[in-house]
Design a binder for this molecule. Structure first.
Ligand SMILES: [Zn+2]
Length: 321
């Protein structure tokens, strides 16, 4: 039976790994010990199972109270269980990025499935697939905790007796925040930098234009900041953030070339481009939507850099054709 795993990565910092029912089979949350109690970072997917696992995890952490819950970004594997966890833990403080909170409300409390299905279709996805893809993902069970404090770039949050600086690092999500320890140099990074997999950089209906441009700037900033260690939302801890940031940037350079080649081959929509970009690794049902929104990001970046043009809404051509 799936279980949460608690791993003390350094004194007072516990990684709490929750199973996910996806190809990406886990998400890491964190607990930092402090004089005022635990700070929890991220909440996991909104499901009864996650809240059962949190009951176990909180018991294992011990009798100290939970002082606050901090949310890195509004994706369902990070905020889904946040309302339940805030209730379960009694956390008096809930901290979230200001833009991220607005996006979370728009996505989970106001968003509509019809709008999303139309978006997929407009980008060239066949109607039956767009309908099935929308239906399959609409029940994510997200229940949002109400933040007591909204933070912006440069704000300070004390967690585990250390002052952390709030960094706004958009790309994977427009409002994504990460927390940089001012004395330790450790970064609680959410999904801004991952090892072994690359964070999805998707242009979703609620994403501002050209998320890849913002993400490449985020990677540049991370390589300059050079945090001592990155504690990520998925996969292994990252000890050499600058070189991982450069690897991911190089990966996107290759994908940009592949997207440009897809346009040369005659793709005009993001859906057609995605089928060509990923032709060697056929996309499963669940992957189709992620490939589509990532292809949009690459095509928009090509337009921004003069390598493609947009003859009409959601249509692309090579720059010189
Ligand atoms: Zn994630």
């Amino acid at each position: 039976m799936p279980q949460p795993t608690l791993t003390e990565l350094e004194p007072g910092l516990v990684q709490i790994t929750m199973p996910l029912p996806w190809a990406l089979d886990h998400v890491h949350c964190y607990a930092l010990a402090g004089r005022d109690g635990w700070t929890l970072v991220d909440a996991g997917l909104g499901s009864d199972a996650t809240l059962r696992w949190w009951t176990q995890a909180l018991a294992q952490l011990g009798p100290e109270p939970v002082a606050r819950l901090l949310l890195t970004h509004y994706h369902p594997d990070h905020v889904g269980a946040s309302a339940g966890l805030a209730e379960l833990s009694g956390a008096p403080e809930v901290v979230q990025g200001r833009l991220d909170r607005a996006m979370a409300v728009a996505a989970w409390e106001q968003g509509s499935d019809d709008e999303f299905e139309g978006y997929l279709r407009d980008h060239g996805m066949p109607a039956a697939l767009a309908a099935a893809s929308t239906r399959a993902e609409s029940r994510t069970g997200v229940r949002l905790a109400s933040p007591t404090r909204l933070v912006d770039e440069g704000d300070r949050v004390v967690m585990g007796d250390e002052a952390f600086r709030v960094l706004h690092l958009p790309g994977h999500a427009d409002g994504h925040i990460a927390l940089l320890g001012e004395t330790s140099g450790r970064l609680l990074g959410g999904d801004v930098l991952l090892d072994e997999i690359t964070p999805n950089v998707g242009r979703w209906p609620d994403t501002a234009r050209d998320p890849l441009g913002r993400y490449l700037a985020t990677l540049q900033r991370l390589s300059e900041l050079a945090p001592r260690r990155v504690y990520p939302g998925h996969g292994p801890v990252i000890d050499d953030a600058p070189s991982r940031a450069r690897e991911i940037a190089a990966h996107h350079d290759e994908r940009l070339d592949a997207a440009a080649a897809a346009l040369e081959e005659g793709a005009e929509t993001a859906y057609d481009a995605a089928q060509l970009i990923w032709r060697d690794e056929p996309l499963g049902f669940h992957e189709q939507r992620f490939a589509l929104v990532e292809a949009i990001s690459h095509l928009e970046r090509l337009t921004e850099t003069g390598r493609a043009r947009e003859p009409g809404p959601r249509r692309w051509r090579p720059a010189l054709a």
